[in-house]
Design a protein around this ligand. Structure first.
Ligand code: NAD
Length: 449
């Protein structure tokens, strides 16, 4: 099986390189509703491969990660006892540059989930034409069960276990579920202490005071809003006459909803984990704190006003122009795809639409703009942060916004050209662009040895 030359570095003692047994993954075709991120990612790759003239061996190689690091992370609790946690870092492909992707602290983290999400990161970076490959990792832990001191100790030890796998030219983690800028600051500090010099470029999503970029936290939501604006314009939906429903009012959903509202769209529904609110005349989304600012603020807002409350499931089926699922994965499934009322779906969350649901929506003529473009503002501003760290020169917020705007419009335009030229869905177009770039890079570099 093919392997690129960057994935041959010697392994450290504590980790297990399991790329060799990745081929034993279950390839369920029956139960699409419970499909894992890895199953969805592989199906999407196989489908994209039918549109692109790429060597079969390259496709087979890309179905598997280059490496999966599995580490044991012991933690001394505040009461002196010791608990042991499992951590992962899946590194999918690095042919175009260092691995890049988030770290999750969540009880549901699995090896397969990390692998599937690392594949998506490869495509996301390639769609944006960033010089990065894909990675994802995390620790199997409920972050709410840890004190702040325990989270710091766990993070520092995890960093030590992964020290030889990460680095500004090897693999650059970023925040994801259960981790935040503070977590990245601890990783940067632990890594820098061990290396004997300050190395801000080892992570992105740091606080700006230690090399983080302005505008990073808002970036995925901003890119969702930019992609929504461009897509509405293309399908002749003037924003001033466009209704939008947003599931999830967190970092991604709240930023997207606020920007779209500012640009003239009518946001008629938003939700958090407990449920949603609906007002056909539009919701003043600027007045509701986001999940980061105040967890479950939508629920709070509903309790304090007489706005109509709706379950999350109903929000997805509202008769609106645009639906932005921006909470969690697998919310649009074969069970509700027929009932989705929007004409356009912009994927704010990672993997909100199952493979089966995607097919149904396509048959129904619903335009689905995929996550690997729509929320790619996050990794794009991470790239800007990495450039700022390497060059030791900070960009203004205005510059970050301007460069993100032009990168997103360029990437959206490239996809639109593929949609028109090949008469394919937006997701297929995104995969065609991404896969072509990754496969061309593999072909140019060749196989080592
Ligand atoms: P967040 O934790 O800031 O907010 C999540 C929101 O979704 C909250 O309002 C929460 O109450 C709600 N929610 C949680 N579970 C829900 C459920 N089952 N049903 C309905 N609502 C639910 O998270 P975020 O950073 O905004 O991430 C949201 C999605 O976007 C995730 O899929 C994430 O992987 C993806 N994403 C995030 C970033 C980033 O940098 N933050 C970048 C790209 C993609």
């Amino acid at each position: 099986m093919a392997s690129n030359s960057q994935s041959t570095a010697s392994d450290e003692a504590h980790r297990t390189d399991r790329a060799a047994d990745a081929g034993s993954e279950r390839e369920s075709t029956a139960d699409h509703e419970s499909e894992t991120a890895l199953e969805t990612a592989r199906r999407q790759l196989e489908r994209a491969a039918t549109h692109v003239d790429v060597d079969e061996a390259a496709i087979e190689r890309l179905k598997h990660p280059a490496k999966v690091h599995e580490v044991t992370v012991p933690l001394q609790r505040d009461d002196g006892s010791v608990d042991v946690f499992t951590g992962y870092r899946a590194q999918h492909d690095s042919v175009r540059g260092p691995y890049k992707g988030g770290l999750r602290y969540h009880p549901g983290v699995t090896r397969d989930e990390c692998v599937g999400l690392s594949m998506w990161m490869t495509w996301k970076c390639a769609v944006m034409d960033l010089p990065f490959g894909g990675a994802k990792g995390g620790i199997v832990v409920d972050p709410k069960s840890l004190s702040e001191d325990e989270t710091e100790r766990l993070t520092r030890r995890f960093t030590q276990e992964l020290r030889h796998a990460i680095g500004p030219t090897k693999d650059i983690p970023a925040p994801d579920m259960g981790t935040d800028p503070e977590t990245m600051a601890w990783i940067m500090d632990a890594y820098s202490m061990q290396e004997g010099e300050t190395i801000p470029g080892v992570v992105t999503g740091k606080p700006p005071v230690i090399g983080g970029s302005y505008g990073r936290e808002e970036a995925p939501g901003r890119s969702v809003a930019i992609v929504t604006r461009e897509t509405c314009d293309y399908y002749d939906y003037p924003l001033s006459e466009t209704t939008v429903a947003v599931q999830g009012f967190g970092s991604v959903g709240a930023s997207a909803a606020r920007l779209l509202s500012k640009w003239g769209a009518t946001v008629v529904a938003v939700s958090d984990v407990n449920g949603g609110i609906y007002d056909p005349d539009g919701i003043d989304v600027a007045s509701i704190p986001s999940h980061d600012e105040e967890p479950e603020a939508v629920t709070q807002y509903a309790a304090e006003t007489d706005v109509t409350q709706i379950p999350n499931a109903d929000l997805l089926e509202l008769d609106v122009d645009v639906l932005v699922p921006a909470a969690v994965g697998n919310v649009i499934t074969a069970d509700n795809a027929d009932a989705i009322g929007a004409d356009i779906v912009i994927e704010g969350a990672n993997g909100p639409t199952t493979f089966a649901a995607d097919t149904i929506l396509e048959e129904r003529g619903v335009h689905v703009v995929p996550d690997i473009l729509a929320n790619a503002g996050g990794v794009t501003v991470s790239y800007f942060e990495w450039l700022q760290d390497i060059n030791r020169r900070k960009w203004s917020l205005e510059r970050v916004h301007d460069e993100l705007e032009s990168e997103m419009v360029r990437a959206w335009t490239e996809l639109r050209d593929e949609v028109e030229a090949r008469d394919v869905s937006w997701r297929d177009a995104a995969y065609v662009v991404a896969l072509s770039r990754v496969a061309d890079a593999h072909e140019a570099r060749g196989l080592w040895p």
